[in-house]
Design a protein around this ligand. Structure first.
Ligand code: ZN
Length: 114
């Protein structure tokens, strides 16, 4: 499970950001995770409390926004949901596609107390 390492990195980034911008407390951290990324949102939620323990982000809430895995068929250019169609174009049945969205993993937003 590599999620703990990933979350610890995110926490470090956020702490650096807080120092730079003189932010005392963050209310909510919003992460964006693509359905096709190698990161499992459930694991991120599980390890988050461990990663923020003893940091300035201790009482921060975590919100995860899931981005669907969308691909474009290389044969007929049809755009479709890769997960729902198991990577197969529903129009021409080709398995050749390029990913449009779904591999993202990033800090989307930080909600700060007034
Ligand atoms: Zn197609």
């Amino acid at each position: 499970m590599h999620e703990l390492g990933i979350v610890i990195q995110i926490v470090r980034q956020l702490e650096a950001y807080m120092s730079e911008h003189d932010i005392q407390r963050i209310d909510t951290v919003v992460l964006e995770i693509g359905e096709l990324s190698s990161v499992f949102p459930k694991y991120i939620e599980d390890v988050y409390p461990i990663a923020v323990e003893k940091t300035r982000l201790k009482d921060t809430k975590l919100q995860i926004d899931i981005l669907p895995g969308i691909g474009k068929c290389q044969a007929c250019s049809f755009v479709y949901n890769l997960v729902e169609n198991q990577n197969q174009c529903p129009r021409c049945m080709s398995n050749a596609f390029s990913v449009i969205t779904g591999r993202e993993f990033m800090i989307k937003q930080i909600v700060v107390f007034d």
